[in-house]
Write a protein that binds this ligand. Structure first.
Ligand SMILES: Cc1cc2nc3c(=O)[nH]c(=O)nc-3n(C[C@H](O)[C@H](O)[C@H](O)COP(=O)(O)OP(=O)(O)OC[C@H]3O[C@@H](n4cnc5c(N)ncnc54)[C@H](O)[C@@H]3O)c2cc1C
Length: 482
């Protein structure tokens, strides 16, 4: 393997944004002398096979686009320089956080991947965290907890980058109270497709702010964010309540959503081991509390119609709860399923349409259709705390997240990745036709017309922001929007 690594030269001249050595790196014959240096870079620009192959993969393990090089920025200045360099040469660029999207969204054929993990600054000040885009939410939480604070909205899995989830939205069980993760952002530090570093917030360059949050990396690379923090509970009490039908589950979910009795609310459809009589449904409600003042079970469970004998109630330290997926992830890695294809399907559905859609779609599915370790999520959100233009969410007071987190493990009866993707598209069309939207982190094929329809009334502003901030159209082509 020829490892051709360009390391920043200490004191190298900044003036050379023309980057002669890099121009050679990108020359048609691919020539690049061992040890060539990229003047003015504080970090690394690497061309080796291993780095490129890693950047050509993601959690979906189904799409593979090889970049020509990978930037590990040593500074925001590196991001500015390389974007300017690429813009001048029409070289496509994609930011990559943890690469946990599933269909090449963070990949770029013959272009530059900017791995944001080295943008890792993290400081907690008062009730805010100032973070580099490559910081993972687990790290934000670890830094905030000693101050008795937490991000108000956490994704179920904490090892996602801040930049990566702010580029899509960031939904979790506390969204019902606090909105999406993008709603907790005070200010962003971005480098646009022109290579300009800009700060934006709801008051400063609001158009850019709203085009970047949930904007799928189209207008700028997020290099840093200031996010709000909230008081963290010491302990949580977690309630798993079981139901026989979608309608019974959602009736109780709507009830507890309306009175806000749980701090966290999610839910699942589960296929019992051995199949049983088909899907069973689980409401996951969580009450935050201090150990000295435990929650009132009777009040929290009042009026609910679950099969009470099956209820599971458990107290957990807050950190264990927030990081609850870690043991499952280790298990999935140990059996290899973590590395199988993951054609995930995530949508937001208007509440008025949800029960019929979920019941009819699940009636056509068994566990095999999501894979042996696949998970089905279904839970409601209140629309009111959602304040950003993007991501697109139906315009009803209550909206359901519906997610088929599929794993195409090769096994008898389990559809392969392509068949799962085709099923994703077919079911997406049913969702779209009742006013739903895809939550674009998964594997639903979309063409340009689909995207225009997806953005709907937000399209003109989004396209205008793209034209203004990424005039050469080099950013995040893996999304296939423009
Ligand atoms: C196990 C697992 C659990 C998940 N749980 C949740 C959940 O609970 N809630 C939820 O909302 N989502 C969840 N997701 C989806 C996840 O939020 C998205 O896939 C997210 O984009 C992943 O972050 P990442 O750092 O891996 O981004 P990547 O996959 O690296 O990038 C995603 C997209 O964002 C762009 N991007 C990345 N970084 C930046 C940046 N700094 N600036 C601009 N654009 C950027 C990329 O170019 C790409 O287009 C989950 C995913 C997995 C695999």
């Amino acid at each position: 393997m020829s490892r051709r690594t360009l390391l920043a030269g200490a004191g190298a001249g900044v003036a050379a944004i023309g980057f002669d050595p890099l121009t050679r790196a990108w020359a048609d014959d691919g020539s690049l002398a061992e040890g060539d240096r990229a003047p003015g870079l504080d970090g690394e620009l690497v061309f080796d096979e291993e780095s490129r192959a890693a950047a050509a993969d993601d959690f979906g393990h189904a799409v593979s686009r090889y970049p020509r090089a990978v930037l590990r920025p040593g500074s925001v200045r590196d991001v500015e320089r390389m974007i300017r360099y690429c813009r001048a040469r029409r070289i496509p660029v994609a930011a990559r956080g943890q690469g946990h999207s599933t269909r090449g969204q963070a990949q770029v054929e013959e272009g530059l991947v900017i791995e944001t993990a080295t943008l890792d600054g993290l400081r907690v000040r008062d009730d805010r965290a100032e973070v580099g885009a490559g910081v993972r939410w687990s790290q934000v939480l670890s830094a905030a907890l000693p101050y008795g604070l937490t991000p108000p909205v956490l994704t179920d899995y904490l090892e996602l980058s801040v930049g990566g989830t702010l580029a899509v939205g960031g939904v979790g069980g506390t969204t019902q109270h606090h909105g999406l993760q993008v709603d907790t952002v005070v200010e962003l530090d971005v480098v646009t497709g022109e290579g300009r570093r800009l700060r934006c917030s709801p008051r400063t360059r609001a158009d850019l702010f709203h085009a970047v949050l949930g904007g799928l990396g189209q207008c700028a690379v997020i290099v840093g964010a200031t996010v709000r923090l909230a008081p963290a509970p010491e302990t949580v009490r977690q309630y798993h309540l079981y139901y026989e039908t979608v309608e019974a589950l959602t009736a109780d979910q709507r009830l507890v959503l309306a009175d806000g009795r749980f701090d966290y609310l999610e839910g699942q459809a589960q296929w019992p081991a051995g199949g049983g009589s088909g899907w069973r449904f689980m409401l996951e409600g969580v009450a935050f509390h201090e150990g000295s003042a435990p929650p009132d079970d009777d009040a929290l469970l009042a009026g609910l119609s679950d099969t009470r004998a099956d209820a599971e109630i458990e107290d957990l330290p807050y950190l264990d709860f927030a990081d609850r997926l870690a043991p499952s992830v280790e298990f999935l890695k140990s059996i290899g399923a973590w590395y199988d294809p993951h054609p995930w399907w995530n949508v937001f559905v208007p509440s008025s349409e949800f029960d019929a859609l979920a019941a009819s779609s699940l009636a056509e599915m068994t566990q095999d259709d999501v894979g042996p370790t696949g998970v089905v999520l279904m839970y409601p959100l209140r629309r009111a705390p959602l304040g950003t233009t993007l991501p697109r969410v139906p315009d009803e007071p209550v909206v359901f997240l519906y997610a088929l987190l599929k794993t195409a493990t090769p096994a008898p009866g389990v559809p392969d990745n392509d068949a799962m993707v085709a099923a994703n598209r077919a079911l997406y069309e049913r969702v779209r036709d009742v006013g739903g939207f895809q939550y674009p982190v998964g594997s639903i094929p979309m063409d340009h017309a689909d995207w225009r329809a997806h953005f709907g009334p937000a399209w003109d502003d989004f396209a205008a922001a793209k034209a203004a901030h990424d005039p050469a159209g080099i950013l995040a082509p893996g999304q296939g929007i423009f």
